[in-house]
Design a protein around this ligand. Structure first.
Ligand code: GDP
Length: 367
């Protein structure tokens, strides 16, 4: 039985009962000289995909108190999963504070990507969701690309005030915070404990100067994230570790492309044309006839059409179809958490299939 153990990283009370709750450590880790909770452990060894969900109540209470502060909000999103990683309702919770967005994982975009179009797209999507942003910065928390610019931007926009970094799980927030810690101060001094009154949440506090700090808030779990529907081994496959290589298909109408077994694209009507696919290199694409597609999916989901793998295929949500008519715009059809298909700009009627909570959206082409 544990009595009054606290995480040496964030100060949260240590418990060994529930993996899903804050402060969890496995029993075996109690032997260690320095005990840190799973979340802080991840901060130090950040290369693992793992959710540490906090109860919505706690989280909302905490975030709504950010509205009462005078601060700069730094919202992190995953460029490959904008829709899945954007926290809905953020505008109501952050008050009148300024917001900047950091789009992470820019290292995965093909070199030919027009980054200013990516920024415009993010800005517009945020505005459509009711959030006015000061600016959008693209970084790679992994390589450090764009990092100096973001640091300067934070310094500029915060006007001497505190900074709150918010984001859903898996956007790369821990990686970014780690980078900040290693970059600015000695790790040991940087991490202190902070609590919002009325919540049980402890979180990372990095002093910026004598009067202000940067706070790392706990990651929120968003329903619209594809990763929640997949097993660990599947997540590995759809998590790109290298720049995405485009794969181009010349399709006739009435042909279908399967993106593993995760999503589907039908070219219904139009002249023969090319479709360029930007998906993680390890996810296989399969071309087939539209008329055969439904049966193929029934017969081969989890075997030929994978991920999801054989064991998880039965739990993968049903695909929902959405028809899109294009009269010649150069657009990308974005599959959140996966990638996108770039259309050549000829008239076409297509259908996209994805899980209900992970709808496909369109944007102006970014290449
Ligand atoms: P958190 O849940 O928001 O704290 O996310 P993590 O920092 O744990 O990162 C989630 C996953 O994304 C991990 O697999 C990281 O290795 C990966 N990741 C984070 N930042 C980057 C990045 O800039 N580029 C790439 N390619 N992967 C990243």
């Amino acid at each position: 039985k544990i009595e009054e153990l606290f995480c040496q990283g964030c100060g949260v009370a240590i418990q060994t009962e529930n993996k899903q709750e804050p402060g969890y450590v496995p029993n075996s880790a109690l032997e260690n000289e320095v005990i840190i909770c799973q979340r802080c452990f991840r901060l130090k060894n950040y290369n693992e995909v793992q959710d540490v969900p906090y109860t919505d109540g706690d989280f909302l209470q905490m975030v709504s108190q950010i509205a009462n502060t005078k601060s700069l909000i730094v919202k992190m999103v995953d460029i490959f999963d904008f829709n899945g990683s954007f926290i809905r309702g953020l505008h109501r919770l952050t008050g009148n504070n300024k917001v900047i967005i950091i789009g992470n994982k820019v290292d995965l975009l093909p070199k030919s990507t027009n980054l200013s179009r990516v920024r415009q797209w993010i800005k517009k999507e945020a505005a459509d969701l009711g959030v006015t942003v000061q600016d959008v910065y693209l970084i790679s928390a992994k390589t450090g690309q764009g990092f100096d610019e973001v640091k300067q931007a934070i310094e500029y926009h915060r006007e001497g005030q505190d900074v709150y970094v918010v984001g859903s799980t898996n956007v790369g927030k821990s990686t970014f915070i780690n980078y900040l810690i290693n970059d600015s101060v000695g790790t040991k001094d940087a991490i202190t404990t902070s609590y919002f009154p009325g919540t049980t949440l402890g979180f990372i506090d990095i002093p910026l100067d004598d009067h202000s700090s940067l706070y790392d808030t706990p990651g929120v779990v968003n329903r619209g994230q594809l990763v929640h529907y997949l097993a660990k081994e599947d997540i590995k496959l759809i998590t790109p570790n290298k720049e995405i290589k485009p794969r181009t298909y010349q399709l006739n109408s009435q042909q279908t492309l399967f993106i593993g077994g995760l999503a589907r694209f039908d070219f219904i009507k139009g002249e023969r044309q090319s479709f360029t696919c930007y998906f993680p290199n390890r996810v296989e694409l399969h071309r087939t006839k539209l008329e055969k597609a439904d049966q193929l999916y029934l017969d081969h989901l989890g075997t030929m059409l994978t991920p999801p793998g054989e064991n998880t295929a039965k739990d993968y949500p049903k695909l929902v179809e959405q028809t899109i008519k294009l009269s010649g715009e150069k657009v990308d059809l974005v599959f959140p958490g996966l990638g996108w298909i770039s259309l050549s700009g000829e008239p076409a009627t297509v259908a996209v299939h994805s899980p209900f909570d992970v709808p496909v959206s369109r944007r102006n082409s970014i290449i």
